[in-house]
Design a protein around this ligand. Structure first.
Ligand code: CUA
Length: 423
């Protein structure tokens, strides 16, 4: 039991794994943990008192001889002691009150941002999709190609300022999901036709792991996300860059940018031990630093390959489902990709966003995320596989799946270069 859910020895005993609820990083999670512990102590007290009386009675009134063993059950001596009975009722009620007071207090606390912090709070909408998360910044608008405006949208990595209360409107586009960042707050279900809500605050800059916590289909267990908390100044820099349209890496631009990466963050001191699935050693050692590194353009970018990737992205139907603001993509049924190259994870937090991993993901998304809609297609927006009217994959005469999208190795290389250029 101790080992369950842990993947590093030092985290088993410090109980500080990346999704530990016991080492909290914000006031909401801290309250939830404290309430849990109050309940544990009250229950422990009851267990010891009841268990001790039971053990004493079993020892004191045990059968001491063969005659005892076969004796008749004695008649009940009386109706019981009213003082003992009233005392037990009063004691039980007192223990329930001890649990109830902080429970009610914390229900109010977690219900909404405290009044004194309301003016400082920010709003985001988190929407669950099978199997990824969309985040919209309600008060941060971006310009669209048609001249309109829309809330800034990202996917799978929610970047917030540290020390600022964040109100999260939780929604779903399909089935019930659940929003949970164990170290910060949670969990609250994303229900169809129901407007749920939670708030959290990250005390310090850091990299926090989130997870869908309601069974939602094949890839529920790998429907993950991240919350990245930045200092106020870093957050403003991040926001400014996110609001820009997609980066177009031409040869001239790469030459001009060579000496000046366009986003640079303050240095960061490790908050605590972290880990991830499938991460490189550098990523595992410090995911926050790895995230920061992703913000700047990579060395050795190839403008020609990036341009080919952009054409491939438009030609191979990616544009139907994904938005790359300022470039060709305009679809809204799949993760927003305008700045996907600056995210530390892909495939909803399952894989580190390295060129190798992105290559593998594009080669066979089904391997990493069973049932995903990029591969299987959904409605008119068909994925890698061709679907019939019943949305079942079509097979040819040889029994092979018929594909809508076929990507050659060079095409995938170009797509990887393009997507990674979107910083
Ligand atoms: Cu979404 Cu489980």
């Amino acid at each position: 039991m101790l080992l369950s859910g842990c993947n590093k020895v030092h985290q088993i005993f410090s109980l500080s794994g990346p999704q530990s609820t016991m080492v909290t990083a914000g006031p909401v999670a801290a309250r939830q943990w404290d309430l849990f512990m109050i309940t544990v102590w009250v229950c422990t007290f009851i267990f010891i008192v009841v268990g001790s009386i039971l053990a004493y009675a079993q020892y004191r009134f045990r059968a001491k001889s063969d005659a005892d063993e076969h004796a008749e059950v004695p008649a009940e001596a009386g109706h019981g002691n009213p003082f003992v009975e009233i005392g037990l009722i009063a004691g039980s009620v007192a223990l329930l009150v001890i649990i109830a007071i902080p429970t009610v207090r914390d229900i109010w606390y977690t219900h909404d941002v405290p009044d004194e912090e309301k003016a400082n709070a920010m709003d985001v909408t988190a929407t669950g999709y099978q199997w990824w998360f969309k985040f919209e910044y309600a008060t941060e608008n971006v310009k669209l190609a048609n001249g309109g405006e829309a809330p800034l949208t990202t996917a799978n990595e929610l970047v917030v300022p540290a020390g600022v209360p964040v109100r999260v409107q939780v929604r779903t586009i399909d089935v019930i999901h659940s929003f949970w960042v164990p170290k910060l707050a949670g969990k609250v279900d994303m229900m169809p036709n129901r407007a749920n809500f939670l708030w959290f605050k990250a005390e310090k800059p850091g990299y926090y792991y989130g997870q869908c916590a309601e069974y939602c289909g094949e890839s529920h267990a790998i429907m993950k996300f991240r919350v990245i908390a930045l200092s106020a100044a870093d957050y403003v820099k991040w926001l400014d860059n996110q609001k820009k349209s997609a980066r177009t890496a031409t040869a001239q631009m790469l030459a001009a940018e060579a000496d000046a990466p366009h986003v640079k963050f303050a240095s960061f001191k490790e908050v605590g031990p972290h880990s991830t699935l499938s991460g490189s050693p550098e990523f595992d050692a410090n995911p926050f630093a790895a995230w920061q590194k992703m913000q700047a353009p990579e060395a050795g970018e190839n403008a020609e390959l990036i341009a080919t990737g952009r054409k491939t992205f438009a030609a191979k139907q990616c544009v139907n489902c994904h938005t790359v603001r300022g470039h060709e993509g305009g679809g809204v049924t799949a993760p927003e990709l305008t700045h996907v190259g600056a995210r530390s994870s892909i495939a909803a937090g399952v894989l580190e966003n390295t060129p190798e991993r992105l290559h593998q993901w594009l080669t066979n998304p089904e391997y990493f995320k069973p049932g995903n809609k990029m591969y299987h297609g959904v409605g008119a927006m068909q994925g890698y596989l061709k679907l019939d009217d019943e949305r079942q994959p079509v097979k040819d005469a040889k029994g092979e799946y018929v594909r809508n999208i076929t990507l050659t190795e060079p095409e995938i290389d170009a797509l990887v270069a393009y997507l990674h250029s979107l910083k």
